[in-house]
Write a protein that binds this ligand. Structure first.
Ligand SMILES: C[S@@+](CC[C@H](N)C(=O)[O-])C[C@H]1O[C@@H](n2cnc3c(N)ncnc32)[C@H](O)[C@@H]1O
Length: 321
């Protein structure tokens, strides 16, 4: 639905993706999404799927999974032949679970301000790459922080405003991830899917992902299958006493219905945890959206206090908190 309550067509979704998301990031996917928006056969195929399975990210990653390379329009048209169910099968079986390690550079300053050590729970953790905050190294335009795993990637992030940059990574006493469908870095098939979710033309993302996966394989974080509301209390009960419990999420709440987001907010507050949210500006009910319209991500503490505006993939962080 659009803000006016008028249903949004699949063609409009693809046109919006091309112009608002892919433009400036991935010329190949901008062109592909525009192509899909004007292609009756592909739109018919998409409209035969459940609404949540029609997303551009899912279609393009599934096509890449089958083709081995990013699709162009002709290749995509060939995949949606009525005789072939392969594409639909991948889209129905898989979800968009893009795991972007560079988002750790957005979380790090807020985590470092808390009493240490920390007990981390990430809800919507995907493969757990955004749980390894202390393993990566960081370069904030020359301010360098050495991580605990010297082979893990260095995450580069441009700080703007008075970002409280620490000298060292936070001390993590315990960490766990919760996801409806945790991906395993030990599974070649899951790794292939994670790789297919990265858009073509996005610089070093693919390389960073491969290095982060290698770091996670050396010492995988604990990941649990479960829902961020139903299964969070039992996981939080496992956190050690004496560490600051932090519940956080990044690029997750857009997949959760608005009424469930409100239930989640009440639940996290009831746990007495510090809550960090790194999401698009519209998903938290208690944050004044108007002030942040057009900003990609907003880092919010405890559901109410905006700390920073952030690039969706961790490239820059503008501190306001
Ligand atoms: C786009 S990925 C983001 C992964 C990671 N947080 C990051 O920033 O790189 C969203 C993840 O949220 C998970 N997810 C969506 N709804 C969920 C729910 N209700 N409970 C738990 N996980 C959920 C999905 O399975 C997916 O792995």
């Amino acid at each position: 639905m659009a803000a006016t309550g008028v249903p949004v067509s699949t063609a409009q979704i693809y046109r919006g993706f091309a112009r608002q998301e892919a433009r400036g990031r991935s010329p190949a996917y901008e062109a592909l999404a525009e192509g899909v928006a004007g292609d009756r056969r592909i739109l018919r195929f998409l409209d035969s799927l459940p609404p949540e399975k029609r997303q551009p990210n899912l279609l393009f990653a599934a096509a890449r999974y089958l083709l081995g390379v990013p699709a162009d329009l002709a290749a995509l048209r060939a995949l949606v032949r009525p005789s072939s169910r392969q594409l639909a099968e991948v889209m129905l079986a898989r979800r968009t679970q893009t795991n972007e390690p560079a988002r750790c550079a957005l979380l790090l300053p807020a985590l470092a301000q808390l009493p240490q050590p920390l007990a981390l729970i990430e809800v919507g953790a995907s493969a757990g790459l955004t749980l390894l905050v202390d393993r990566y190294s960081y370069d904030y335009a020359g301010h360098q922080i050495a991580g605990l795993d010297p082979q893990a990637p260095t995450l580069r992030c441009t700080p703007e405003g008075p970002v409280p940059l620490p000298e060292r990574p936070p001390e993590i006493a315990w960490r766990a991830g919760l996801d409806l469908n945790p991906l395993s870095v030990a599974s070649d098939d899951d790794v292939r899917w994670l790789t297919c979710l990265v858009w073509p033309g996005e610089g070093d993302r693919q390389q960073r992902l491969a290095e982060a996966i290698a770091a996670a394989r050396r010492d995988p974080p604990a990941l649990y299958r479960g829902d961020l509301i139903d299964d969070l209390p039992a996981l939080a009960a496992q956190a050690p006493a004496g560490a600051t419990l932090v519940v956080y999420h990044s690029a997750v709440l857009a997949y959760v219905a608005p009424e469930r987001r409100r239930v989640f907010a009440g639940l996290v507050r009831g746990l007495g945890a510090t809550w960090l949210s790194n999401e698009g500006p519209k998903v938290l009910a208690d944050v004044p959206v108007e002030a942040f319209t057009g900003d990609p991500f907003l880092l919010v503490r405890d559901g109410r206090t905006p700390l920073a505006i952030a690039d969706g993939h961790g490239a820059w962080l503008r501190w306001i908190g």
